[in-house]
Design a protein around this ligand. Structure first.
Ligand SMILES: *Cc1c(COP(=O)(O)O)cnc(C)c1O
Length: 397
């Protein structure tokens, strides 16, 4: 029998209690040290207790926590300027979460056509396997039956096409279509990749059809793939982009970025937030960018990703009965399992290595971006130990 808990039963929580973190390590209340290749699901991008982040947060905490967006917030302007400087975007709206960043992206796209005399263009086409959050609009965008069930009528205006099917996108575009919304690299759907050519063709399709391209880089952004944003690998830019997770380094925050043209409908009073862009979040977001944009940091991610890739390729060759495929980009890595992914996550955890299950029977590795080569090798050897253990056991099912 499950123990009574005051909390909603929405999570089947693993009975481990972490007390503190240091770098890429989490320390449980019994003293066990776990190598964290989940990083709070790609959130703790600079690991735990990063001194620059701790300083930024505590320094701001001693001065000012919250300000209404009725007033100018210098840290917000600064972070906005830096994001604009580093990306395709001209305008930024700060939120508290990924789903809120997506809500803003969806509203921005719809409102753009509304103010440009095409209010009938409000539909958004998404892709199978997508995950965009858990609000009513974002579960409609994700179109996963398991997240929609029981929550009333699906929010109107979202269509979905099969994964990677450009012709299906083309066929789905009508005079009511405002935008295409995809993750350039699917996270929760199973670390499913798209080729640079495919992404360029999608960009072309949006241009030819006069619709907006909205990218969800909540998981793939802020250095995760070895570029600041994953779409840069394809040499394309979106019109609107949602980010969150890594930009906060563990502090809850997100942002919606857009070109001036795409954001032209977001006029005074059209959207708002109480907590979004508050001084604490902005102090941390700026500190994360200090580190991620510093010379050599993105190259470091590429170097460590190669260590991981080589090690995982060897592991795949050694355990063909357990590992079907290694996929992903940078430090957003998927292990497609032969047996069940949850069994592999459990086996990794037995070796004090944390990972995250994903769709398509995949185990996700999303280590902090500060991972060293030595720590990467430590993780690989723990994975080997776990797979050794699994291969001596018969399949659980
Ligand atoms: C996590 C995630 C979201 C939702 O972010 P929340 O902060 O949980 O609302 C949206 N899109 C993608 C791709 C994500 O990985």
């Amino acid at each position: 029998m499950a123990q009574a808990t005051p909390l909603y039963d929405t999570y089947n929580r693993i009975p481990v209690r972490f007390e503190r973190g240091e770098g890429v390590w989490l320390i449980a209340d019994n003293g066990d040290r776990y190598l964290d290749f989940g990083a709070g699901i790609a959130v703790n991008s600079l690991g735990y207790s990063h001194p620059h982040l701790v300083n930024a947060l505590t320094d701001q905490a001693g001065r000012l926590w919250h300000l209404s967006n009725l007033y100018e917030i210098p840290g917000q302007t600064r972070l906005g300027e830096r994001l604009v400087q580093a990306t395709f975007a001209d305008k930024v709206f700060f939120t508290n979460s990924g789903a809120e960043a997506l809500e803003c992206a969806i509203k921005t796209a719809r409102r753009h056509f509304f103010v440009n005399g095409q209010p009938e263009r409000f539909r958004i086409i998404t892709m199978e396997g997508a995950f965009h959050g858990r609000t009513l609009a974002t579960i409609a965008a994700g179109s996963q039956a398991k997240y929609l069930e029981g929550f009333g009528p699906k929010v109107e205006g979202f269509e979905q096409v099969p994964f990677g099917d450009l012709d299906a996108f083309k066929a789905a575009i009508t005079h009511e279509t405002a935008a295409i919304l995809i993750e350039p690299l699917q996270g929760e759907g199973g670390v499913r990749t798209l080729t640079p050519e495919w992404l360029r063709a999608l960009r072309d399709l949006c241009d030819e059809s006069g619709i907006l391209l909205v990218l969800d880089e909540v998981q793939s952004g802020v250095g995760r793939t070895g570029k600041l944003f994953a779409h840069e690998w394809a040499g394309i830019t979106p019109d609107i982009m949602a980010i969150a997770k890594g930009i906060g380094g563990g502090f809850p925050m997100g942002a919606c970025l857009a070109t001036a043209e795409a954001a032209d409908g977001m006029t005074a009073g059209s959207h708002g937030t109480t907590f979004g862009g508050n001084p604490l979040a902005m102090a941390v977001g700026n500190a994360v960018l200090d580190v991620v944009l510093a010379d050599g940091f993105l190259e470091h991610i590429g170097d460590i990703a190669r260590v991981m890739r080589q090690g995982l390729a060897a592991i795949k060759d050694r355990y063909p009965g357990l590992v079907a495929e290694i996929r992903g980009a940078g430090l957003m890595i998927g292990i497609k399992c032969v047996r069940s992914n949850t069994e592999m996550v459990q086996a990794f955890r037995n070796e004090r290595l944390l990972s995250v299950p994903a769709g398509d029977n995949v185990v996700r590795l999303l280590p902090p971006l500060i991972l060293s080569a030595e720590e990467a090798r430590e993780g690989l050897s723990r994975m080997e130990a776990a797979l050794d253990q699994l291969s001596t056991n018969s399949p659980a099912n």
